[in-house]
Design a protein around this ligand. Structure first.
Ligand SMILES: Cc1cc2nc3c(=O)[nH]c(=O)nc-3n(C[C@H](O)[C@H](O)[C@H](O)COP(=O)(O)OP(=O)(O)OC[C@H]3O[C@@H](n4cnc5c(N)ncnc54)[C@H](O)[C@@H]3O)c2cc1C
Ligand code: FES
Length: 295
């Protein structure tokens, strides 16, 4: 199956469940063998999953990691309702019908020197994929990842080994995987978790931005995925500091292949404001082009 808006690389495949781990607060990490999807996935892409044959519509899930050499993809999800609950019941070796990889990825041709990745809640997975891409494809960059969550983080947090003079003392909790890659990360929450910044992820981003000098500020580019209100705040922050910013939007999706127009948002284009489909024209858009963040 192909679609003209998705680089002619959209596949339907029976993915084999390799492992499924549970984290606190009903969050799950799934590894799937999906050869075609893994070969073609880029940061920002997602899969549309049939959670169970008894559930009518598929559910969209971001790809968190992809390893084409092992034909594996990883996703991270939180139980919200029937679909994700059915996914959580899947056992090793079960087959899951997926369509993927879908959408326009983050534009990654020429990273600026200081990519700032901001993920919130179930918007964290694409930031991990992007961080890994930066690690694998670039040198001499200073990426920084900020993640916010009001429930427990879907990984065991640890004090970072990477010190950052721009970040307040005590704000030291990080994602160990990113630390192992040499990429600094910091976590924020209003839920009083140890080592996390007590506030919104955009507030800590602003603390960091305020510590940069004028030249360093020009080297920042923001990439973000998370709840709509957070993306709006990230977009406002980018505007305030005149920083390029790409956001990955979330919308309710039916077909996810561009056919139903059920996922449209108003986007500024060269030929005026137009309704664009989040599934195939996005989910990644330039923040400055999003006319209104749907709630
Ligand atoms: C591009 C994209 C990537 C996503 N990536 C992730 C991810 O990596 N991890 C994760 O936990 N969640 C992710 N989501 C949200 C996830 O798709 C929803 O949580 C899931 O569809 C809920 O289904 P449910 O049946 O469990 O819940 P219900 O609330 O029972 O779903 C009912 C209906 O609403 C739709 N729906 C509900 N919430 C959403 C939503 N936020 N976005 C789109 N449709 C929704 C479902 O498709 C279904 O049709 C993503 C959403 C999008 C659009
Ligand atoms: S979900 Fe059908 S066009 Fe996007």
């Amino acid at each position: 199956m192909t679609h003209p808006n998705t680089r002619n690389t959209l596949y339907v495949e029976q993915a084999q469940l390799i492992s499924q781990d549970i984290y606190e607060d009903n969050q799950f990490h799934m590894t799937l063998r999906a050869p075609n999807t893994s070969r073609n996935a880029k940061p920002g892409h997602f899969v549309h999953m049939q959670c169970d044959t008894s559930i009518y519509m598929r559910r969209p899930m971001s790809i968190m990691r992809s390893d084409p050499s092992k034909e594996l993809i990883e996703i991270l999800y939180k139980i919200e309702g029937d679909g994700t609950n059915a996914l959580s019941q899947k056992k090793k070796d079960d087959e899951i019908d997926i369509i993927g990889p879908i959408g326009q990825s983050f534009k990654m041709k020429a990273y600026k020197k200081r990519p700032l990745l901001i993920g919130g809640g179930v918007g964290i997975p694409p930031m991990i994929f992007l961080a890994e891409h930066i690690k694998n494809t670039t040198k001499d960059l200073y990426p920084f990842v900020l993640m916010g969550s009001e429930i427990r983080f879907p990984f065991k947090t640890k004090p970072s080994k990477i010190m950052l003079k721009e970040i307040p003392d005590g704000v030291i909790a990080a994602m160990p995987l990113l630390d192992d890659w040499g990429i600094p990360s910091r976590l924020t929450s209003l839920s009083d978790f140890a080592g996390c910044y007590n506030g919104y992820v955009t507030q800590l981003a602003e603390v960091w931005l305020n510590k940069l000098n004028k030249d360093q500020l020009k080297e920042v580019e923001i990439f973000s995925c998370g709840p709509t209100l957070m993306l709006k705040a990230v977009s406002d922050l980018a505007k305030k500091y005149d920083i390029n910013c790409q956001v990955s939007l979330e919308e309710y999706m039916a077909c996810a292949v561009g056919g139903c127009a059920g996922c449209t948002v108003l986007i500024k284009t060269d030929s005026g404001d137009q309704m664009k489909r989040v599934c195939v024209d996005g989910p990644v858009f330039e923040a400055k082009n999003v006319v209104q963040f749907n709630s």
